[in-house]
Design a protein around this ligand. Sequence first.
Ligand code: HPA
Length: 270
Amino acid sequence: MLEQIKETVNYISNKTGFKPEVGIILGSGLGGLVNEIKIEHQISYEDIPHFPVSTVEGHSGRLIFGKLAGKKVIAMQGRFHYYEGYTMKEVTFPVRVMKFLGIKTLILSNASGGVNPDFEIGDIMIINDQINLLPSNPLIGINIKELGPRFVDMHDAYDKNLINKALKIAKKNGINCKTGIYAAVSGPCFETPSEYKYVRNVGADTVGMSTVPEVMVARHMDIPCFAVSIITDLGVEGKIVEISHNEVVEVANRAEPKMTLIIKELIAEL
Ligand code: HPA
């Protein structure tokens, strides 16, 4: 894997000469942050050696390099999901590449189903912890010492300093922001009512199909992480309604400007 990472990093560096400070991974319907980036280079995933190709509607699949809030950022417009059939190592490969390109912070967004009864559709939740309910972990297998330790401490999977800064930014801008725990499941089925109840009972506030693998790999390499989830539907008894991917994208699109503002101001303060 180390060889592959180096080949991919060499390809990107030769093509762009770009040294990003911040990595950004955008979720379903949340790619609009890209419009705020002063783009200097972009590469389609299919042109990048060893990169998987994104297959989901609403994910356009490009790596974007440019300036956002005065910082050099690399953004993944479209991420890879376990349910697409990729291995956990493939899902997280881009995070490895971003680290070797030089990122010092990783920022992620996703769409999720709220299971906390206090949540409403369209809410923004800053993730303060995670629960891995995926059937695997990207760090299983021989540990590559050059990347990080065998056993990874996860007590601060999400950086407290970044969370506090983001909450202050939200308050200053009059944005109502929740904080809470994100659980990742494999998908691609949305949850049954019993599964939503299960997710709530194990302690989560929201459930989705991403982010957790990327954060595990980022923490393996000691990258501080910050993530925001948009609640696109509710898995709360009495409030569960039929849900489709289109509705997820639509709600995410509507809530996105507030999320974008928080992330932009946070990056300015890094
Ligand atoms: N469950 C899982 N993933 C999701 C959901 C959900 O309800 N909403 C958006 N992504």
